[in-house]
Design a protein around this ligand. Sequence first.
Ligand code: TUI
Length: 310
Amino acid sequence: MKNFAEMLGIKYPVIQGGMANIATAELASAVSNAGGLGLIGAGGYDENWVREEIRKCRQLTDKPFGVNVMLMSPHAPKIAKVIIEEGVKIVTTGAGSPGIYMDDWKKNGMIVIPVVPSVALARRVERMGADAVVCEGTEAGGHIGELTTMAMVPQVVDAVKIPVIAAGGIADKRGVLAAFALGAKGVQIGTVLLATKECPIHENYKQMVVNARDTDTVVTGRQTKAPVRVLKNMMSTEYLSMSLQGVDTMELEKLTLGSLRRAVFDGDVERGSFMAGQSAGLVHNIRTVKEVLSDLFDDVNHYKDQLEVM
Ligand code: TUI
C-alpha cells in the first residue's frame, strides 16, 4: 500500500496550509520544489486570480501542487469549476463542508483532502469520498475549531479508514513525531512557513512571527462564530476589549475589515490581522522552505521506526 507521500507523488508527507492572501504560486511552488505539497490558497480571491496562479505555479515547478478552497468565500463555486478546467489534481478545503463539490471533483479524478475540526465532519467527508482528512487543531492560525490537535487526531484516526493528516501546533521534528505517534500519516504546516525567505509577506509579519512567544496569539471572532487566531497587537487587543464590552458584531467587523491585507501587504504592525498559530513561539529565525522541510523530516524515519515498536 502506498504511503501518504507516495499517494501524492511527493518526497515528504507534508502539505502546506492554504493561508489566505499568503499562499500564492510563489510559496506553493517553493514548497513543492522542496519536496512537500504546495497549495495555492484561494482565500477570498476570485476564480480569475486562482486560474492565473495555477498557470504561474506550473511555470515555477514541475512537481505536484494543489489548490486550497476556502468554502466561506462567495467565489468558491466558480473556483471549484476552474480547478477542474485547469487540470489541478489535488484540492484541500477549509472553513466548511465540501459536500456540494465532491462528486464533480471525484469524477474528474482529483484527490480531495478536506480540513476538518471534528470526528463528525471527518466521518461525513469520508462517506462523501474524501481521500484523506486534515485534522486541524485549535492551536493553528487563522480560522479554527475547538478541539486541540492532541485530542482530535487519535479520535479521528479511530473513526475513519482514510489517512489522517495532523495540523495545528507543528513546527519542528518533535511535532512531526508526535503526529505520527498519534496515528497521523502526515502533517500540514502553516505558521513555520511564514518565516521563510520565499513567503511573499511583508518583512514585519515575518519578524512578528520570529519574535512571538508561546502566549502571543489570541482568538478573535468567537462572538461572531468565526474564531480566528492572530498575533497579539493593538488591533487584536482592541477587538477583544470591545468584544468584552458587548460592542455589536457590525462594529467589530468594521474594525477588522481589510485587516489581513494590512498585515500581509503593508506590514501594519498596529492595525493588521497577523494570522498565526501557537507554534509561532517555536519559530526563531527566517530560513528557506527547503531548510524548514529538511529540519522537519531528515532522520525522522530513524525515530519513527522506534515509535512503531512502541
Ligand atoms: O480554514 C481554515 N483557516 C482559515 S480560513 C481563513 S479566511 C477567513 N478569515 C476570516 C474569517 C474566516 C475565514 C483563515 N484561516 N482552516 C481550516 C478549518 N476549517 N478550520 C476550521 C474549519 C472548519 C470549520 C467548520 C471546517 C469545516 C467546518 O464545518 C462546519 C460544517 O459545515 O459542518
